[in-house]
Design a protein around this ligand. Structure first.
Ligand code: MN
Length: 413
């Protein structure tokens, strides 16, 4: 753990003081939904034991909240929430729930053993969801959410309400929904971009509008949940942070429905690397990123692409000659992130057709060949030329192959 723990603050100060202090400190709370939205990705299904293993790693990573599942959706989800609550005590454990009494009861029952727990209620608010998913009028939507929040307050005060498809909801109606949810007792207002519709500039407009028109929000948390259908989930989350969002929901490896959710590791590294700009305080131990990503990759079976920011295999590899030569002098030339800061091993210079002499000579030196440029210029040149001949025929020249070339040249073969 690196900074102030949200659970501890909550325990010591109580809910309203904790909200106030977290806001004053510009703390961004990271809510991970790998086990709920992430697991909804086609083919990602996780059994209960695997979910617990991921939750324990998320705890080590330092996330503030783990959305452990949707207990009413299946017995397995209920059991996963129960098991995680019993075994992972530091972070807030939350469960998703429709605005139904049976869902709320199951959520509360599954989380009862947690150190801290909360229920995340959701209800569609956009015209399209009101009409085709709920068949409810605006008035009925308001009544439903009020009743559900009041009922859920019988179990816990840690209540989040998310206006599903908030980003396609009429602004005036969205303000009314937020106001009614807060008046009924919600302490977190979620504005999920359920279908990945919004653009960063519009995120700012939406949040400014809600802040201006819903004064009660000053005493509550504002949460986001962006989808990546247009590749904007991280950019939109960052825009929201800039406008004062307190909780950002995201997933490891950006897993989630369709194109996925905002990637936790990308979002956090943007906030950390550009602290000069965002000035946000976080509680995440980024050195756990690579390990966490690999665990999620292994347990879900969904592969991380090599160029995936932060955790991809190629992120700290370089093949281009000019870049390699500069990186050997100073890695700040072409790398803004340090591999050890995110738990990756080190910068790899891949020897291939784009590599130049600098990288090849450097690798020879690392392999133990002590050749001096002045004295052995001809030999070095010959090794490099032979390397190039092989490099054009394949993707990568291995250390063994390079050593083979060097030995042949030095032995005069
Ligand atoms: Mn979602």
């Amino acid at each position: 753990m690196l900074g102030i723990d949200f659970g501890d603050t909550l325990k010591k100060l109580g809910l309203s003081a904790a909200i106030e202090i977290i806001k004053r400190q510009k703390r961004i709370l990271i809510s991970d939904t790998t086990l709920r939205d992430g697991e909804q990705a086609p083919g990602a299904g996780l059994n209960v034991e695997k979910k617990l293993a991921i939750a324990q790693q998320l705890d080590k990573l330092g996330v503030d909240c783990i959305e452990a599942g949707f207990p009413a959706s299946s017995k397995e989800d209920f059991e996963a929430c129960r098991l995680i609550s019993a075994n992972v005590k530091r972070p807030m454990i939350s469960a998703l729930s429709r605005c139904h009494k049976t869902d709320i009861k199951l959520a509360a029952e599954s989380l009862g053993n947690a150190g801290h727990w909360s229920i995340s209620l959701f209800l569609g608010t956009s015209p399209i969801l009101r009409k085709y998913s709920l068949n409810k009028s605006k008035e009925e939507v308001i009544e439903t959410l009020k009743d559900a929040i009041k009922f859920a307050k019988g179990f816990t005060n840690n209540l989040a309400f998310g206006a599903e498809d908030a980003t396609r909801t009429e602004p005036e109606f969205l303000y009314k929904v937020c106001k009614e949810a807060l008046d009924s007792g919600a302490v977190v207002i979620g504005l999920p971009d359920t279908v990945g519709w919004l653009l960063p500039e519009q995120v700012k407009k939406m949040i400014e509008g809600v802040k201006k028109n819903v004064p009660g929000l000053r005493k509550a948390f504002l949460a986001t949940h962006f989808h990546n259908d247009l590749g904007l989930a991280v950019a939109n989350s960052l825009a929201a942070v800039e406008c004062g969002a307190n909780i950002v929901q995201c997933t490891i490896n950006g897993l989630g429905e369709r194109a996925g959710n905002a990637s936790l590791e990308e979002l956090v590294m943007a906030l950390k690397t550009r602290k000069d700009y965002y000035k946000a305080a976080l509680n995440i131990d980024a050195r756990q990123f690579f390990k966490t990503s690999k665990l999620v990759e292994e347990l879900t079976g969904i592969k991380v692409s090599p160029n995936k920011p932060i955790v991809g295999r190629n992120v700290f590899a370089s093949e281009a000659g000019i870049h390699q030569a500069a990186l050997l002098r100073s890695r700040a030339t072409y790398q803004i992130l340090k591999p050890e800061d995110v738990g990756q091993e080190g910068i790899t210079l891949v020897l291939g057709r784009h590599s130049g002499k600098h990288a090849v000579y450097d690798r020879l030196h690392k392999l133990g060949y002590r050749l001096a440029a002045e004295r052995d210029e001809n030999k070095l040149e010959e090794i490099y030329q032979r390397f190039k001949e092989i490099a054009v025929t394949k993707k990568e020249v291995s250390d063994g192959e390079l050593a083979g070339i060097a030995s042949e040249v030095l032995e005069g073969k």
